[in-house]
Design a protein around this ligand. Structure first.
Ligand SMILES: Nc1nc2c(c(=O)[nH]1)N(C=O)[C@@H](CNc1ccc(C(=O)N[C@@H](CCC(=O)O)C(=O)O)cc1)CN2
Ligand SMILES: Nc1nc2c(ncn2[C@@H]2O[C@H](COP(=O)(O)OP(=O)(O)OP(=O)(O)O)[C@@H](O)[C@H]2O)c(=O)[nH]1
Ligand SMILES: [Mg+2]
Length: 490
């Protein structure tokens, strides 16, 4: 990738649209486009001031390709920091390609993925964490992830890091200066002040490191596993939550064999719901693989929803000696297969206990489903038996909204509301962890009255990790990795 080239790419999505924007950036942007542009006002584009907009035609020799609007940005006053021209043409894929090919013939190179933003970074228009936020912003699909990306793009996080880095750098220089006067036993860096700074940095770093658990979840969606025995209504609940017929629902136990997942935003937060294969003893090879996967999904989930079917509970108070007038369909079901009668409430509690034992840290919501089949008295009885019970009907939607509210309670959105800095990027998280480790060493060194040269080594290491975040320290591989995940034209 030659960064001296003038590059061109479609900035809007591929395909037909009302209007498409083609972006040209680099030293020759203006000198390449100006001769191809015939302004209505006869002006020469090359003489126009920055941040102005011009109507005219794009012409290839004598042929008019399109009537367009052209905007001009003189470097360094542009997104990339280079000369930039944007051509807004009619949104036909044919016109887009004709104009782009014309520009390539006249000396532009097709841009690589993320190259405009890479140049913006290299030209000092933004730091690395801000550039990464641009990609997050484009992919944000709900209010929370949008807010975090926006915050990061505006530099909130980088500024915090940069300030700490500068203060630390000051002390590092003072300590290193002492080394030059080793014989004279001077102390330029006041150890008490330094120790205070180190403690402040530890606090900030720890806060940022801790925020990742929230940030990561907000960025990627909170995984919620829906589990329970076959046929209890897991897929019906998934569909109700997603408001879409996403999973197949049937009265046949074992319908869902593999996990199905999809994401939806509730209250501005993304939730990823994972419908799983019903858990039961089975000889069926495929089904048992599905069940194994269910347990994997539980371990990956942030919250687990355990469903059971109230209409099949065997219990004196709740039984399926059904009221024939209310549920004629159930009469035939329970009559035809006595052996398929469901578990007792005690057995359900045992099953829930097993999951609790296996995943002690995981919030587990117990959902008594199909309450539309019960009388109010039966529902009351159920609630009195299981304290943390939510009763729902996935089929009628009863209780689903309460469930959504309950799910929102699991997300600590306080930090988000308080506008605290939240780390969302695992690269930043790793760098922060490493910086914290080094800072802890510095603190230990101070406590142990370590000599300046040894302190300086750990300080330099910490500085290195700070620099990784904002991009003062970087390398081609890292940049390649980050920007390769961008779309072309960004
Ligand atoms: N048409 C268009 N829309 C766009 C972009 C773009 O590049 N082109 N952006 C691309 O992501 C975003 C806006 N970001 C931009 C950031 C800086 C400058 C710019 O010209 N900066 C100059 C001048 C600042 C000023 O005069 O206030 C500078 O930084 O010096 C332009 C767009 C979203 N919308
Ligand atoms: N009356 C009533 N029926 C329900 C309710 N929820 C689900 N059902 C029915 O129960 C049956 C099983 O529903 P599914 O959603 O396929 O159950 P599942 O837990 O995904 O089953 P598997 O995928 O086989 O493990 C279907 O006939 C649904 O219509 C409910 O709240 N009330
Ligand atoms: Mg299912």
């Amino acid at each position: 990738m030659n960064l001296k080239d003038t590059i061109v790419a479609l900035a809007t999505p591929a395909g037909a649209g009302a209007i498409a924007v083609i972006r040209v950036s680099g030293t020759d942007a203006v000198s390449i486009v100006a001769p191809l542009f015939r302004a209505k006002s006869k002006k020469d584009l090359a003489n126009e001031p920055s941040h102005t907009l011009h109507l005219g035609n794009i012409v290839d020799e004598k042929r008019i390709l399109d009537e367009v609007l052209v905007s001009i940005f003189h470097g360094p006053r542009s997104y990339t920091g280079e000369n930039t021209i944007e051509i807004s043409c009619h949104g036909s894929p044919y016109i887009q390609q004709e104009i782009i090919q014309l520009l390539v013939r006249k000396g532009c190179r097709s841009a690589e993925a993320g190259e405009f933003t890479l140049r913006s970074f290299l030209n000092g228009k933004m730091d690395l964490s801000q550039a990464e936020a641009v990609a997050d912003l484009i992919s944000s699909e709900n209010q929370a992830s949008h807010q975090l990306a926006m915050q990061q793009m505006r530099g909130g996080f980088s500024n915090e890091i940069k300030k700490l880095r500068e203060e630390l750098l000051n002390f590092a220089s003072l300590i290193e200066l002492e080394l030059d006067f080793a014989e004279e036993d001077v102390e330029f860096a006041n150890r008490d002040q330094f120790s205070q700074l180190v403690m402040r940095i530890q606090k900030v770093l720890q806060k940022l490191v801790d925020s990742f658990s929230v940030g990561n979840v907000i960025k990627n969606g909170i995984p919620v596993a829906i589990v329970g025995e076959p046929n209890v209504g897991k897929s019906t609940l998934l569909n109700a939550l997603l408001n879409e017929e996403r999973a197949i629902v049937s009265e046949i136990a074992g319908t869902t064999r593999d996990t199905i997942e999809d994401e939806i935003s509730i209250g501005g937060i993304g939730f990823r719901f994972i419908d799983t294969a019903g858990i039961r003893e089975t000889e069926d090879v495929v089904e048992s693989i599905g069940i194994k996967r269910t347990f994997e999904k539980i371990s990956q989930a942030q919250v687990v929803l355990y469903l059971f079917d109230t209409s099949r509970l065997r219990h004196p108070e709740i039984n399926t000696e059904v009221h024939p007038t209310r549920h004629p369909e159930l009469v035939s079901r329970s009559n035809s297969s006595k052996e398929s009668a469901g578990p007792t409430l005690e057995q359900v509690k045992v099953e829930i206990g097993k999951i609790r034992n296996q995943f002690p840290q995981k919030p587990l919501l117990i959902l008594a489903n199909k309450i539309d089949q019960l009388t109010d008295k039966e529902v009351d009885f159920l609630r009195s038996q299981v304290s943390d019970l939510m009763s729902i009907s996935a089929k009628t939607g009863e209780g689903v909204e309460e469930l959504q509210n309950k799910l929102l309670e699991f997300v600590n959105t306080g930090e988000l509301r308080n506008n605290n800095t939240i780390v969302t990027n695992s690269r930043h998280y790793n760098a922060l962890l490493q910086a914290l480790e080094e800072i802890n060493k510095v603190q230990e060194g101070l406590n142990a009255n370590l000599s300046g040269d040894l302190l300086a080594i750990d300080i330099r290491q910490a500085l290195y990790h700070f620099g990784e975040i904002t991009g003062e320290i970087t390398n081609d591989d890292l940049l390649g990795n980050i920007f390769a995940n961008f779309c072309i034209g960004k």
